[in-house]
Design a protein around this ligand. Sequence first.
Ligand SMILES: *Cc1c(COP(=O)(O)O)cnc(C)c1O
Length: 228
Amino acid sequence: MREETLAIRRRMDAAAVRAGRRPEEVTLVAVTKTVGVDAVQEAFRAGLRVFGENRVQEAREKTVHLPAGEYPGIRWHLIGHLQKNKAKYAVRLFDLIHTVDSPELAEELHRQAERAGRVQRVLVQVKLSPEDTKHGAAEQDLLPLLERVRELGALHAEGLMTMPPFCDDPEKSRPYFRTLRELRDRAEERGFRLPELSMGMSDDFEIAIEEGATFVRIGTALFGERSK
Ligand SMILES: *Cc1c(COP(=O)(O)O)cnc(C)c1O
């Protein structure tokens, strides 16, 4: 695990340097969906601190075995679609939710965060390709959604997230990453502050970093192929 982690980190740093960026700007989110508790504990010992889960229930089960008291500095991110009825649990578990994609979900997260007396950090997920069935706000709905989130005091939007359609050639992801960055830049011209870009997975994280990613979400390249 230590070797895999170091190898990925080295590739991330090299990609950042190629793009004239500072390696510290990019956080590795270790994606632990379907990965057992033992492997997550080992990953922590190998130096990983930020873990990404795509289902609330699975994350709940795992966090019980990785209490922050014994695993200082551990952070959990939600990277999968969130249903409104799970917002209450999501607010308790996740430091950052990457997948806000509708005003209704934002409003429910706000209610739950307010009730819990905290500010929930979120990213807005954008759907950039019409053909894919993945979640995310459509491009033309992004600014209105950001406006809405800004009105919700218990939410803090810090950036954007996307997931390009799956493809064998990682270079095909580049235009999607670039588009996300351009959308972010345009939103910033309108007064939003969105420093974070969550984009890039095992096969295309170097390209994502070249295009401005600040979070890369990596599962397979760290933990091996997931069993179905
Ligand atoms: C599973 C998953 C990843 C990690 O994918 P790998 O190809 O295993 O690195 C990243 N992001 C999301 C949203 C995922 O669901």
